[in-house]
Structure formats: C-alpha cells, structure tokens
Design a protein around this ligand. Structure first.
Ligand code: NAP
Length: 256
C-alpha cells in the first residue's frame, strides 16, 4: 500500500499481455511499477496511459535475465511503492527462430530459458525476500504468466515449452514456500492471445480458431488475461494457492 492504494510490480508491462494486466490493475486502484527492456522515451505512449489511470505509477527499465538489473528493479520498485502487494511475472520471449527441436541451437535454448525461467525465478526470489520481510496484513499474491505450452507440445519451439513447464514448477514451489508469509501464488496459462508474440503466426492461428480449435471461438485479447490477473490479485480466489488458471478459450479441453 502507498497512499491508500494497493501496489503491484508487473514485468513486461508496456505491451501485449503485460499492458493488458498493468492497465487493468491501474484502472482498479493499483499503483504499478511497470518493468520493461526499452528506454523510457520509447514507451511514452504507454506510461502516459498508465499514469492517466494511476498517477503514481512509474516505469523501470531493466532486463530480467541480468543479475544486476534484477537487483536494481527490486530496489527501485520497493523504493517507489514502499509496500508491494502483488508481483506479476509476465515478461517472456519466444525463440527468435521456430526451429525443429532436432535442429534447435544451444544459444536459443539458453536465451529463452535465461529470460523466461532463470530470470523470472531469480527476480521472484529477489522480490519475495523483500515481501516476506515486510509487515503487511493486506492480501498479497505472486502471479506467474506461463502458457498452455507448459503442457502442450510444440516441437518447433521446444525451448519455449521447456521454459514454461519449468516456470510452472517454480510457481508451485513459490506457492509452497511463501504460504507462511500469507502470500498466495497463482499460475495463469494463456492460450493464443493477440500480441506481437503471435503476430507472425496470426494467419495460421486465425485459420485454426475458425476451424474449431477453441470452444470459445475467438482469439484471446490482453484484456482477457488482465481481468483474470486482476481477480487473482484482488483475492477473488483467496482460499487457494498454487493453482493454475487457463485463459485459453477452452482450448485445452480434451475431446473425444
Ligand atoms: N501471446 C500469446 O499468445 C501468449 C500465450 C501464452 C503465454 N504468453 C506469455 O505471456 C507473456 C507476455 O507475452 P506477450 O504475448 O505479451 O509478448 P510480447 O508482446 O512479445 O511482449 C513481451 C514482453 O516481455 C518483455 N520482456 C521480454 N524480455 C524481457 C527481459 N529480458 N526483461 C524484461 N522484460 C522483457 C517485453 O518488454 P519490452 O516491451 O521492453 O520489449 C514485453 O513487454 C510471455 O511470458 C509469454 O510467454 C503469451
């Protein structure tokens, strides 16, 4: 809490799903520390919208795969927010090239796991230590944005699937470890969401969705994930922790 408002850190906040999440939180009374890799002058349109909804929110430039940046992100976020109620681990990347797993490079494996898994795990550690040390009776939560790829195989981006499967276990571990501090932990698994990440394969996905891939017959929007994370952050599922919420239009329903 700062000046009576709940406080959240959101990574990868300036575009795509992170934008949907951070603006949903800002619109519903949160002050947000928004993290991204781009310089502040490259995200001015976003920060103007964020601050219109939540005037004390601010942007932190940082790369979650860098140890030094993770430390600075945590320090700047806690300095600006005072008490952190919610951490949303949304930042993530797809492989630069969708290569068959029999041809996948070690460089791509290291890059994707370095950001999605190692970076997110250790940023959470940095922030969770501080949250655990704070006296705070408010509802507190950590949300991990993984993917249906945590359990659905895509052999042309195996490193992404492995990173999200690993992150899913990280969410379970943090749920177990942070319960004693009153911090709930959730995993949100988006399906196909319209963002830069899926722009290059949009035609293929549109075709699959038109052909019945999702029982809810449309592509997901960042706002769909934003509303879900807002509900979790606000404590709507307060007597749960370590649970997975799929935001995938029902895509992972097994059918006969
Ligand atoms: N789109 C989908 O269909 C889909 C489905 C399932 C799961 N997801 C997951 O949802 C999350 C957001 O995806 P998206 O579709 O919104 O992707 P996106 O449009 O490509 O945005 C990715 C975000 O992550 C940030 N980011 C990337 N590397 C970073 C790093 N090293 N340090 C800090 N921030 C970093 C980016 O920051 P900059 O703005 O500074 O570049 C950007 O804000 C990801 O974890 C992704 O795996 C997406």
């Amino acid at each position: 809490m700062k000046n009576g408002k709940r406080c959240a850190i959101v990574t990868g906040a300036a575009r795509g799903i992170g934008r949907g999440i951070s603006l949903a939180l800002a619109e519903h009374g949160y002050t947000v520390a928004a993290v991204g890799t781009r310089p502040a002058d490259a995200v001015e349109e976003y920060t103007a919208e964020l601050r219109r909804l939540s005037p004390e929110s601010f942007y932190i430039r940082g790369d979650i795969s860098s140890h030094d940046d993770r430390l600075r992100i945590a320090e700047e976020a806690f300095a600006g927010l005072e008490t952190v109620d919610v951490l949303v681990n949304n930042a993530g990347v797809a492989p630069n090239v969708r290569a068959d797993m029999l041809a996948m490079s070690e460089e791509s494996f290291d890059r994707v796991l370095g950001i999605n898994l190692r970076g997110t795990f250790f940023l959470t550690q940095e922030i969770a230590r501080r949250m655990a040390a704070q006296q705070n009776d408010a509802f507190r939560a950590v949300v991990f944005v993984t993917s249906i790829s945590a359990s659905v195989s895509s052999v042309n981006r195996g490193e992404y699937c492995i990173s999200k499967a690993g992150l899913s276990m990280a969410a379970t571990l943090y749920a177990d470890r942070l319960a004693e501090f009153g911090i709930r932990v959730y995993e949100v698994r988006p399906g196909i969401i319209a963002t830069d990440m899926t722009a290059g394969v949009r035609e293929k996905y549109d075709r699959l969705i038109a052909g019945g891939l999702c029982p809810i017959p449309r592509i997901g929007q960042p706002e769909d994930v934003g509303r879900t994370v807002l509900a979790l952050a606000d404590g709507a599922l307060g007597y749960t922790t370590g649970q997975i919420v799929g935001v995938d239009g029902g895509m992972t329903i097994q059918k006969l």
